[in-house]
Design a protein around this ligand. Sequence first.
Ligand SMILES: [Zn+2]
Length: 345
Amino acid sequence: MYGYTYHKNYNKYDLGLDHPWIGDRAKKTMDYLEQKNLLEKFEIFTPKKATEKDLLRVHDKDYVELIKKLSKTGGKLAEDTPAPKGIFDIASLAAGGSILSAEKLFEEFTTVCNPLGGFHHASRDKSSGFCFFNDIAVTIEYLREKYKLKKFMIVDLDVHHGNGTQDIYIEDPSVVNLSFHQDGRTLYPGTGRLENIGKKQGKGYTINLPLPPGTATGSYLIAFNQIIPPIIKQFKPDIIIYESGVDTYHSDPLADLELTYQAYYYLSQKMQELSKETCDKLLVLFGGGYNSQSIIICYYNVICGLLNNPNFIKEKDSMSHFKVQTVMDRVLSLKEILKEYWDFE
Ligand SMILES: [Zn+2]
């Protein structure tokens, strides 16, 4: 069974008119799914705010207090991240949405989406990149405490590297944090190099594939198939957290990958398949995406992939294998770097 978490206040996660983060994205996606008669496939859940106890499993007390303070007056968390009045409540609601979605995976649901989730730039004590609380980590720590889970798999396909999540789990072998992103030499936040594979006992559990600008759908899918299925199958996670950011889209204003609509269908279909083959618990967090028109179609295609619904939207793709040689070189390097931790066919 499929679930979808939504709150009418999700649109209050709005960082201003001239800011790339689009406040009404969750509502627009919801309306579009309804129009396409897909919403009826989902049970809809209404989240509550994550509690302070939930946030403090991940974030430092001082950091949580700072967000609270900014939230009272309005201000700035970072150069790119304004903190509007009330943001503490809304960011807590977003994190609460991810927690609730994950909890439903321990009832009869196998796939649950939180459209306002995947804030991967927030680390324990600082953040930028439009993020306040790292709902991925807040959810993992909630599940660890409540259900005593031991193995968490993060597949982060947002175009930006999830530096906050990486900082939090860099030494933790219970969390595989696997990220495909545009090469940090060409995009915010600049991190996520191939050689960063974790530290101490967490070595081999942080996995980064930085992709060159221009990487197109076909090249991306080849890389996905070479790296992601073998790791998930060997790790045998208790839950898979899929950050399905769509800022990899070719006309996204913030980044330079070249994925087409159909990519999102194939990726989420594949993620669903991998979940079915392992834990059958897939938490889908929508992450970033900054082209106000196309993100709705991209998320629609993510949903179609999860449901195996062939009515997804395609577009002409003449450069599908653009950058394939560079991508393959990096895939081979990554396999070489990871060979003492993971087997690849
Ligand atoms: Zn992003």
